[in-house]
Design a protein. Structure first.
Length: 287
């Protein structure tokens, strides 16, 4: 006679915990993703951790734009964009503008298991076109070096002095932002582009030091380089005047003969307030 079988779960060991979570482990051999405890147990928004876990599970080449993530999650664009921004500032996510072999510029997204690429040399560089290969019919020729590559200073003395001053002053806001000479040489062209676009140095400092992670697991130059990667739009030119229109005449300042206040008028006299007062009011005001 066969022995009776039971499908009931075995009773937990006597020494098992009686409070909190109890893990029932299953060894997975396919369709699983490995993420670090630092990311899974990250304090703050649960949406940020969920977005990070979802991006980690996707194969290379999957779209991770805000629109693509909104199609998967029930959260809206505001929460999704905030989660991506937090992952960028923490060093888990990076967007790079790269030039393809055909000369086109595209944005590629890299996701790090360790913030800022502290392990290894970071994401692989894009493939470079061979110089010996001839362009076929209808293929674009390789583009010339970008502005940042062609104007990269050889030493700190060749860099923009105002850009170097902005980088050197970052440690006054955050003592952790101490840069070496080589790091300042690498970051100076990005700061110079922001300055050339009309951005005030104080605004650049605020951009580079705002909402930095509590713990920097790698050198701060990587985070600063990421924030400087996108060059700002230049200030729009002044709007031209319509044909036949003339600029308004700005009257000079005059000193009121009654109250000695400054006002604009073509010649000396009294301001509007004194002209509307009664003569008796002026005598009482003088007393």
């Amino acid at each position: 006679m066969a022995e009776p079988q039971s499908n009931a779960r075995l009773r937990a060991d006597a020494g098992a915990t009686t409070s909190g979570v109890i893990h029932v482990r299953t060894r997975l051999t396919a369709d699983f993703t490995v993420i670090s405890n630092a990311l899974a147990q990250r304090r703050g928004s649960a949406v940020t951790v969920g977005v990070a876990a979802y991006i980690s599970s996707l194969p290379d080449g999957s779209p991770v734009s805000i629109a693509a993530l909104c199609r998967h999650f029930s959260e809206g664009e505001i929460l999704i964009s905030r989660a991506l921004r937090e992952l960028e500032e923490a060093g888990y996510l990076e967007r790079r503008r790269e030039r393809t072999s055909g000369g086109q510029v595209r944005t590629r997204t890299y996701f790090y298991d360790v913030p800022g690429g502290a392990v290894g040399d970071g994401p692989p560089e894009p493939p470079k076109p061979s110089r010996a290969r001839k362009a076929t019919v209808g293929e674009e020729a390789p583009a010339s070096p970008t502005r940042e590559q062609s104007e990269k200073p050889a030493s700190l003395s060749d860099a923009d002095p105002q850009a170097v001053a902005v980088l050197a002053s970052l440690r006054r806001v955050d003592p952790r932002l101490v840069l070496s000479e080589q790091e300042a040489v690498r970051l100076a062209p990005g700061v110079a582009q922001w300055l050339a676009a009309g951005i005030d140095p104080s605004q650049i400092t605020s951009l580079l030091t705002a909402r930095l992670p509590d713990r920097l697991l790698s050198r701060p130059a990587g985070i600063l380089a990421f924030r400087l990667r996108e060059a700002p739009l230049p200030a729009p030119p002044p709007r031209p005047l319509a044909e036949g229109a003339s600029r308004p005449v700005v009257l000079p300042f005059q000193t009121c003969d009654g109250c000695e206040r400054a006002f604009r008028a073509p010649g000396p006299g009294r301001c509007r307030g004194c002209r509307t007062r009664e003569p008796g009011d002026l005598l009482r005001a003088a007393c």
